[in-house]
Design a protein around this ligand. Structure first.
Ligand code: HAM
Length: 427
């Protein structure tokens, strides 16, 4: 019987995985340049961590978490059960680790990043998986708007490094514990007047989480909230100043953005600056990266009052965007050695070995095939260049090196191949 994978869980095969690797490598490089260090946290955590941080009335906690009871005999007979959850996101785990290790005691300011799988039982569709992957970063210990802007600059630099012209940035401020309750009240009063237009879900959550109605995709809710009061009109002086500074810094550094006062985000821990990088190219799953400030979360999870701000991007969505872009898939060995005749094969084998030791990706066939068939294989493998070696080439010490993208050929001394390929790699 054939056993298939689970709905919403995908394999990532060669051909695709190279794009992932290049996204990951670019992230590491750009994040390092902003002085972020990697942290690796568990995939499984106590359920309570997520319900407390993400919020009981969010979609994630209400219906999307993979939760099970784990038994632990603690060395004796008595079985204790603990509710565990496959992490639906990374922020809660990073903050839990920061608090548990008391990282703040040595130095409260920590810039951490992570990458790995996350799990949400959502309805799978294009760009929406049940196991998906995030690359995220969290800056803990800084409450100033400069770090909010820095996070957005980092993302902007990251997209530029991948030569992406999309996604584009939307920002909002959700205020703080002082001004948001007032906004919440005025929004609640507004919604109560239109309750009959709201969907069942929004009506059910209206008292506990009225802001969610602004984010609802149901046509009735969109219509009902069209003229809802804007949170930006309710910000206290400190939140307004913070948000204005973030905007000024973005303007100063040339990062384009649009204000979106309806952006509420699907997680409850946010305050002040929130943002989403979205694209119209991926259909309804438009958010490629998202995040914001969460100044109460460290304390909520048992630590001192330490602020935080961060983001996560969806790697599936990013790679989909890259696939839509010309040339993003041009990954294969840098060189494919095409050999004709046994002498050429025996010459090529150690040469290929030496080049691989130098870090150049090279491929060659083991069994005799025609020149045409080997050229077809090089093409299929998306090789950068092809070196063609036969008896004549060996005899006069020169061979043809063909650039597979430009189709240009050059004659090259066999003793120059390594230098030539190293030079191409460096350029
Ligand atoms: P989030 O908006 O829930 O935020 O997810 C961030 C990104 O993960 C989304 O913009 C999207 O690209 C990707 N994503 C989410 N769900 C799925 C899915 N089912 N399939 C594919 N991709 C998905 C967070 O997770 C926060 N922890 C971000 C953050 C970090 N805020 C502060 N620090």
């Amino acid at each position: 019987m054939k056993i298939t994978s689970i709905k919403g869980f995908a394999d990532i095969f060669p051909g695709e995985v190279e794009i992932w690797q290049s996204v990951e490598a670019t992230a590491r490089r750009v994040f390092n340049s902003y002085n972020f260090s990697e942290v690796r946290i568990p995939i499984l955590e106590k359920t309570e961590l997520f319900s407390r941080s993400i919020g009981e009335t969010t979609d994630i906690v209400e219906k999307e978490m993979y939760t099970f009871e784990d038994r632990d005999s603690r060395g004796g007979d008595a079985m204790e059960t603990t509710k565990l959850t496959l992490r639906p996101e990374g922020t809660a785990g990073v903050v839990r680790a920061y608090v548990e290790a008391e990282m703040y005691k040595v130095e409260p300011v920590r810039k951490l990043y992570y990458m790995g799988p996350m799990f949400r039982r959502e309805r799978p569709q294009k760009g929406r998986m049940r196991q998906f992957h995030q690359i995220g970063a969290e800056a803990l210990g800084r409450g100033d708007p400069y770090i909010d802007a820095e996070i957005l600059l980092l993302l902007s630099d990251f997209f530029t490094a991948l030569a992406l012209t999309e996604p584009s940035l939307q920002i909002n401020s959700l205020g703080c514990s002082e001004c948001r309750p007032k906004y919440r009240e005025s929004l609640l009063a507004f919604l109560k007047g239109r309750e009959n237009l709201l969907c069942e879900n929004c009506r059910r959550r209206i008292d506990r989480n009225p802001l969610r109605a602004l984010d609802c995709k149901e046509p009735g809710c969109i219509e009902a909230t069209k003229d809802a009061p804007s949170i930006l009109d309710s910000l206290c002086a400190a939140c307004r100043e913070h948000f204005e500074t973030v905007q000024r810094l973005l303007r100063q550094t040339g990062v384009g953005f649009v204000l979106n006062p309806r952006m509420v985000r699907g997680l409850d821990y946010y305050c002040r600056t929130t943002f989403e990088w979205t694209t119209a190219r991926l259909g309804s799953q438009s958010a490629v990266a998202a995040g914001g400030r969460y100044d109460g979360l460290v304390q909520e999870l048992g630590g001192p009052a330490i602020p935080g701000v961060g983001f996560a991007m969806g790697v599936e969505r990013l790679t989909m965007l890259l696939r839509l872009q010309e040339g993003a898939l041009a990954h294969g060995p840098e060189l494919f050695v095409v050999w004709v005749g046994e002498k050429a094969r025996d010459w090529a084998f150690p040469v290929v070995h030496r080049l691989r030791q130098k870090g150049i990706a090279v491929e060659m066939e083991g069994e005799a095939r025609s020149l045409k068939s080997q050229m077809r294989r090089a093409d299929k493998f998306k090789a950068g260049s092809v070196l063609i070696v036969g008896d004549d080439e060996l005899a006069n010490g020169r061979a043809v090196l063909r650039d597979m993208a430009t189709k240009q050929q050059q004659e090259i001394g066999l003793d120059r191949i390594e230098t030539e390929l190293m030079a191409r790699k460096a350029s």
